[in-house]
Design a binder for this molecule. Structure first.
Ligand SMILES: [Mg+2]
Ligand SMILES: [Zn+2]
Length: 202
């Protein structure tokens, strides 16, 4: 049976958004975020972080710094009993200044590359997975990969370029509400096929 997964954006969704921060001491979970992740983990979802880290391409910090971020997040989640299944980041940006990372890649959200890679490496059924993020580029990445999507409307999306491919399946105010939506929906048994209409008798 393929695994069920939750894909989580990092900045502004799981932790407070401190632009281009790689200092573990400045990592602060959003309010209620740890509880939300724990409730999903305890309901047998595998938890993945999916994050754009163009600070590498822009030369703001070396790629190796992201290992420290991952370790800090893993440690702090492990302290409440949550094992992180994966941490995927895109270090690229087409307008980057560091040549090795200055490219128009397939992994930077809104492209779905990181989700597709995680699904392949961890046998995830994308159609049963959820992507939670705080901007519509997250939603687009999730939809492109075939996931259900939840937008946390906490003010971080400011452009609202909405179209069918960027339309969230659900909109909530915080990660706890997102977890509650997921748990409520996935708890429902799927609807049986409707019976055929009886033939009209005349
Ligand atoms: Mg974000
Ligand atoms: Zn990339």
């Amino acid at each position: 049976m393929p695994e069920r997964a939750i894909f989580l954006d990092k900045d502004g969704t799981l932790i407070e958004n401190v632009p281009y921060n790689v200092d573990p001491s400045k990592i602060q979970f959003c309010e209620g975020a740890i509880e939300a992740v724990r409730s999903l983990f305890n309901a047998s979802y595998r938890i993945f972080i999916i994050t754009n880290q163009s600070g590498v391409a822009h030369g703001y910090f070396p790629e190796q710094k992201l290992a420290g971020v991952e370790m800090a997040l893993r440690d702090r989640l492990a302290a409440v009993g949550v094992t992180l299944a994966g941490f995927y980041y895109c270090p690229h940006h087409a307008a980057g200044t560091v040549a090795a990372y200055a490219l128009d890649c397939e992994c930077r959200k809104p492209k779905p590359g990181m989700l597709l890679q995680a699904a392949q490496e961890h046998a995830i059924d994308l159609t049963r997975a959820w992507f939670i993020g705080d901007i519509l580029n997250d939603v687009e990445a999730g939809r492109s990969a075939g996931c259900r999507t939840i937008l946390i409307d906490n003010g971080n999306e400011t452009e609202w370029h909405l179209c069918r491919s960027r339309l969230p399946h659900h909109v909530v105010l915080n990660l706890m509400d997102a977890a509650n939506v997921i748990l409520a929906i996935d708890r429902q048994p799927s609807l049986p096929a409707a019976p055929p209409y009886p033939a009209l008798s005349v």
